[in-house]
Ligand binder design. Sequence first.
Ligand code: TXA
Ligand code: MG
Length: 333
Amino acid sequence: FPPSMIPILTPTSENLQRAAEALRRGELVGMPTETVYGLAGDARDPAALARIFEVKRRPFFDPLIVHVAERAQLDDLCEVTPEAETLMRAFWPGPLTLVLAKKSTVPDLATSGLPSVAVRMPAHPVARALLRASGLALAAPSANPFGALSPTRPEHVATAFGTGIDCVLDGGPCSVGVESTVLGWENGEPRLLRAGGVPLEALQQALGKTIRTGESAPDSPKAAQASPGTLPWHYAPRTPLRLIAPGALPGTKAAGLLCFGKAGNASEYARVENLSPTGNLAEAAMNLFAALHRLDAAGLEILHATFVPDSGLGRAINDRLRKAAAAPKERER
Ligand code: TXA
Ligand code: MG
């Protein structure tokens, strides 16, 4: 990694205090969570929220997730429904974000003017320590420039942004490795807005019902404002990425391969990242973005990737791969 201006700090109690003070001053901090690193700012401070959008170059129509350490912090953020309550009991703290009716004290910038707010209680001990030390609810999108690969290592954050962040707290590599699952409700029925760290199957089991996935009904008032995480491209490396069938040929000497399990013709590629040689989906999710960052830094012409089985965490992995492959040409830098 090239040297960065942003300090990566060990989460000692002094450094946590420093980061908490920066947050209380309206500055931004790179916060480790179990899913990916977040770019955290005070969720109640419109100036801090505006900085998040500016530093990330994120369009204002894409709302943020508000992170809390305690259930009581939700009291002046959102309305908790019985189904949300069930899911919080089953999966919090953890990689599940719930989109609930917001209270008026939540700034419009956090929600892009939507009547709902996305809330999550992270499990990572450093995220929880920072939330407690600051006493704030923290808005935190993934700490990557808009559309780019998500960060799962502190270095990914420090090198992605030149300035504009007070510090990054070092929480080590993220153990889940893909973003939280985002679940909302539409006409009272749950709908998956983004596949993520809690598998759909586990949510369905907890609620005892099938959860809708995919696009909103066209007549739904929500259809026009579908969760921006469902944009067709996102999470993209700078190197073009193509999805291939297992065993396809590289076609050029400067191709990289992202694969899973037993990889047929890996020896044909200049560089190979196997997400999990033993075929373990949790391990593959944990390795996904770091492997893509390494392949992207290797100076290759093209990256090839194969899908993983589309169950459990595989659904989130395949979603990220599809979006990485769908990056339009004009986004290549
Ligand atoms: O794992 C995660 O969720 C990470 C860590 C840092 O917590 N955060 C994250 O944030 O992935 P971000 O901003 O990259 O993704 C937030 C997702 C987007 O897809 C956004 O559209 C959706 O949540 N979202 C936020 N508020 C929403 C709302 N009110 N209605 C619908 N979707 C919402
Ligand atoms: Mg993101």
